[in-house]
Design a protein around this ligand. Structure first.
Ligand SMILES: CC(C)(COP(=O)(O)OP(=O)(O)OC[C@H]1O[C@@H](n2cnc3c(N)ncnc32)[C@H](O)[C@@H]1OP(=O)(O)O)[C@@H](O)C(=O)NCCC(=O)NCCS
Length: 159
């Protein structure tokens, strides 16, 4: 599968804000009450969100590079490129996660000349962890998000 990456535009962001994942992944749904703030956040270039487009130009997912991918309470003192990723709800769970993640790693590594990569994932989300494990990422930390009881894991990989 081939993809194109483009800085996220407003039309992409509006689509993403309406995406709805089925339980237990509904925690990744954006909240209908905070659409304006979330739109601003997705389009702020500091947060480095990119659209993952198929060759027909249709949005299949998005990714972020940098601090968006960090969760408060995690240990991020070593230098690494943090990656965040979300695939369109109708495309998840079909065994294609590895291909999306591979494309994101390829793009991010080139764009940011990164030598170390890192992802932070909810502990319950074994599906996502499996994808990154398949790409050679290993768990380096498990922690509880500050101000919550939610557990997260950090997985890292040297390029
Ligand atoms: C995380 C995400 C990218 C994974 O992509 P995907 O296409 O849904 O994943 P796949 O269907 O390829 O499944 C990946 C692996 O997890 C396995 N898996 C699926 N459900 C699982 C579960 N409940 N427990 C354990 N493994 C599971 C699959 O069998 C597959 O492993 P395999 O290749 O060894 O068979 C995608 O689901 C997504 O964007 N989800 C919403 C956002 C999110 O979860 N973000 C997390 C941060 S990356």
């Amino acid at each position: 599968m081939s993809f194109r990456f483009r800085q996220l535009e407003k039309e992409h962001a509006l689509e993403i804000l309406n995406w709805r994942y089925a339980s237990p992944y509904d925690c990744y749904n954006f909240d209908a009450d905070t659409i304006q703030e979330d739109l601003h956040y997705l389009l702020d270039s500091k947060n480095a969100f990119y659209a993952i487009l198929n060759l027909q130009g249709k949005l299949e997912g998005y990714c972020s590079f940098g601090s968006d991918g960090q969760v408060p309470g995690g240990e991020y003192s070593s230098e690494a490129l943090d990656i965040g990723m979300g695939i369109r709800p109708d495309l998840v769970g079909r065994g294609r996660g590895k291909q999306y993640a591979q494309a994101v790693v390829r793009y991010g590594t080139k764009q940011y000349r990164a030598q170390h990569l890192r992802v932070t994932i909810a502990e319950f989300n074994k599906r996502a962890q499996r994808v990154w494990e398949q790409l050679g990422f290993e768990q380096v930390e498990k922690f509880v998000k500050t101000g919550s009881e939610e557990e997260f894991v950090i997985m890292a990989c040297a390029v």
